[in-house]
Design a protein around this ligand. Structure first.
Ligand SMILES: O=C(O)CCC(=O)C(=O)O
Length: 259
């Protein structure tokens, strides 16, 4: 067995995250990094103003806009590799579904600060957020392509609401800023080869600095209503499916979208 799935599930259910150190080999990461850098360079050129002024991430890395057929196949095969699937299936054992990928980098403007949030806050008002954290959540798998300061998160907030300090900082209320320190924040420094898995709806922030370039893979439980969020272009086309060793993760999304 590649991982102890029940131990990972227990850690995730309890704390909202886990890290597996040194999970990927140098070869696995260097191939992935080369493809991701191809994407990143083209994306930066195409989004020059946004990149210079405010960007700290891009998405749809597996889409057809910047990468060749072969690069996309390499990415799809990494995302659905036995190592990644073993981790995904520890949390979502039956028919996990692929949602998207995001690439996180340092903002160009050094004054831009890293900020606390729950991903669901961008789609829901406060009452909706409270419901969202009690329902099935999106899982992020973070694969750092260089050593980085990592992510700071507040353990257990995938299953509890904010305390006053957290709420005021995250929502920028009562004179607080979303970049202020939080007393219960836990910094998870990451090195290439590590894998961090965390709930997108827990309170977290990326830590800017070093040469960070991290690929986040987003997956969801097929029972939740996330298929509409998936951009069709980031899924493999039928001819590509034949080149993916284990296409189940993508097939589930394709099936959900056609329902
Ligand atoms: O790394 C970052 O800048 C933020 C990460 C994040 O918010 C996420 O992965 O959902």
């Amino acid at each position: 067995m590649l991982v102890n799935q029940s131990q990972l599930k227990d850690q995730y259910n309890d704390k909202g995250y886990f890290v597996i150190r040194n999970y990927f080999s140098d070869i696995e990461i260097s191939q992935l990094r080369e493809t991701i850098l191809t994407f990143h360079e083209l994306w930066k050129k195409d989004n020059e103003t946004f990149y210079q002024e405010e960007a700290f991430n891009s998405s749809l890395i597996t889409g057809s806009q910047y990468l060749s057929f072969d690069d996309r196949v390499l990415l799809f095969n990494f995302i659905s590799s036995p190592k990644v699937m073993a981790v995904v299936e520890s949390l979502i054992p039956i028919s996990p579904a692929f949602m998207n990928t995001q690439l996180f980098f340092n903002p160009v403007n050094p004054a831009q600060k890293d900020f606390w949030h729950r991903d669901c806050q961008y789609d829901h008002d406060i009452e909706g957020q409270k419901i969202a954290i009690n329902n099935t959540q999106v899982v992020h798998l973070r694969v750092p392509l260089f050593d980085e300061l990592g992510i700071e998160l507040v353990p257990e907030t995938h299953r509890r609401w904010d305390n006053d300090e957290e709420f005021n900082v995250r929502q920028e209320e009562k004179g607080k800023l979303s970049s202020d320190e939080l007393s219960l924040g836990k910094k998870i420094k990451l090195a290439t080869g590590d894998l961090l898995v965390f709930s997108a709806d827990m309170i977290h922030r990326g830590l800017y600095g070093m040469d960070r370039l991290a690929l986040d893979i987003l997956v969801f439980d097929p029972d939740s209503e996330f298929a509409d969020y998936v951009d069709e272009d980031c899924l493999p086309e039928p001819v590509m499916m034949k080149n993916i060793n284990d296409p189940r993760l993508f097939q589930t999304t394709i099936d959900l979208k056609s329902q």
